[in-house]
Design a protein. Sequence first.
Length: 85
Amino acid sequence: MSHGNISKNPEDVTITVRPNGPYVITGTVKVIDTDGNPYEEREVIKLCRCGASKTKPFCDGEHSRIGFAAAEQAVADSERDNAGA
């Protein structure tokens, strides 16, 4: 089911990495399962990063219970390029 107020402009999509939590996606994106079936569109999607969610690929808050600690934050491309120089 699609929500009428969801923007179809890809520039309106934002992915926020929550510290030790899920990826929070706002905007219109299609999430497709391994069999090619789309999940229902939502205005906000939280994707599991810890691997322990019982509702994968979506977050169910299990990261808090298991004490998930994410890897260090990603570095900007320019920092990564300079590190190899």
